[in-house]
Design a protein around this ligand. Structure first.
Ligand code: URA
Length: 447
């Protein structure tokens, strides 16, 4: 049982959730004891969702100090167990993204880095706000189990070199509950909450090194490079303070990564990258992130060497072999690798076409993510089930030329009503201009 703060401070006035909420609402700094109390009691079910939602909203509006953020991260970590993976004979490394649209690199990177001889004990999340989640993508593979008990998680990790699960009742249970609540209460976009959510569960994994992919742009939670850098520094500082090797890459999210948005569609695209093909930007980012992991995990002397090794592992089929093994060990149907039609697919498709001729000047990437949620690919309420088959395939990217009447993107859908609503959002997501805007690099900065 998790010890309660109340028990450890019998001489003091008992804490009340209401007071903790009011203090944050009024913009005052919470103590570590208050934060720990609130997180523990919420995890135990003693603080209800409505009070936690009020507190989250107060944090969104008032922010947190560094000390509060450190205390929250610590409380998230302490809400469950910390894995001891020292029996495995190589470094344990992971990567985590702050969330984007079409952001599917985890499915490629975990088997890729495992093929490079490191261990990747990955604890991921579901869709959050307008962004997709690794767990929802993995669950679109028929039979794939992301809820493995810890014993089995360790077994898969030992056999395959990587294992991919969600937050559990044992590991980062506070994040499991708060993450689902933030998703549906418009309380995602806070660097402090994102830092505690990510670092709490990553530090519980028992890793030696971590690569963070901090997204910036219209499809990210941090819309500009300054905010992304602030979040990156917060997380790198937190990781380093507990002795981990941590690097953060600030990467562009002004358009979906790769061409697909939607769970099963994204799995299909990852399989192409694992076969040495796939969209250029998706492959580039997977290689960059995996290169850093191979370097921080001690397999390569430099990140540059790590990138070359990552390319080799993708092109040789070694990463794909690991992905096959991962699917098999986690109960999924490996037949999808030979026959992608075994993945869920929607009944209908429709094109969204350009109403003028020119170049794609801007894409509102968040709206594209929202359109996928409208189609059923994400949640509006905690209880909502995901439709893994729906989504969007991008036919034009930033800077591409398009003629009036040509396709901008294709919707994969199962309900006319949802498709109409998504189509209206998508039509407004593309701005067509007369001249080509300069191309932005995918990787903006490394911290
Ligand atoms: N990913 C997480 O795990 N948590 C967040 O808050 C955002 C992205």
């Amino acid at each position: 049982m998790i010890p309660t703060v109340l028990q450890s401070r019998p001489d003091r006035v008992p804490l009340r959730a209401l007071d903790v909420i009011a203090k944050k609402r009024d913009g005052r700094e919470l103590s570590a004891v208050e934060i720990e109390y609130f997180i523990q009691e919420y995890t135990r079910g003693e603080v209800p969702d409505y009070q936690a939602a009020a507190w989250l909203m107060a944090v969104i509006c008032r922010g947190m100090t560094r000390a509060e953020t450190a205390a929250l991260t610590h409380a998230m970590l302490l809400s469950g167990e910390t894995l001891d993976l020292s029996v495995y004979p190589a470094a344990k490394v992971d990567k985590h993204s702050t969330g984007g649209v079409g952001d599917k690199t985890s499915l490629v990177i975990a088997p890729l880095v495992a093929a490079g001889g490191l261990y990747v004990p990955m604890i991921s999340g579901r869709g959050l706000g307008h962004t997709g989640g690794t767990l929802d993508k993995l669950e679109s593979i028929p039979g794939f189990n992301v809820n493995l008990p810890l014993k089995q998680f360790r077994h898969v990790l030992g056999e395959c070199g990587c294992a991919m699960i969600g937050q559990t009742a044992e590991i980062a249970p506070a994040d499991r509950k708060l993450y689902a609540l933030r998703d549906v209460t418009a309380t995602v976009e806070s660097p402090y909450l994102i830092c505690a959510s990510i670092m709490g569960k990553k530090l519980a994994e028992g890793i030696d090194a971590l690569v963070l992919d901090v997204k910036t742009g219209s499809g990210a939670f941090m819309k500009c490079d300054e905010d992304a850098a602030f979040l990156a520094e917060l997380m790198v500082e937190t990781g380093k303070s507990v002795g981990k090797r941590v690097v953060a890459l600030i990467t562009g999210m002004d358009q979906p990564l790769g061409i697909s948005v939607g769970n099963a569609l994204e799995v299909m695209e990852c399989m192409q990258v694992l076969r040495g093909g796939g969209s250029e930007d998706l492959r580039e980012l997977c290689i960059e992130l995996a290169g850093w992991m191979l370097y921080l995990g001690g397999k390569m002397q430099t990140a540059e060497q790590g990138r070359s090794e990552a390319e080799r592992l993708l092109d040789s089929g070694a990463a794909l072999d690991k992905f096959r093994k991962l699917i098999e060990l986690q109960g999924g149907n490996v037949g999808i690798l030979e026959d992608p039609l075994l993945l869920p697919h929607s009944k209908f498709t429709a094109e969204i076409t350009a109403d003028s001729t020119g170049f794609i000047g801007e894409i509102n990437c968040q709206t594209i993510g929202n359109a996928c949620v409208v189609l059923g690919g994400g949640r509006n309420k905690k209880e909502d089930a995901i439709d893994p088959s729906v989504g969007i395939i991008m036919r034009r990217r930033l800077g591409d030329r398009v003629a009036s009447g040509e396709s901008l993107c294709t919707i994969h859908y199962n309900s006319e009503i949802q498709a109409d609503e998504a189509a209206a959002l998508l039509r407004n997501s593309f701005s067509i201009s007369e001249s080509v805007a300069p191309k932005k690099p995918l990787i903006h900065r490394i911290i």
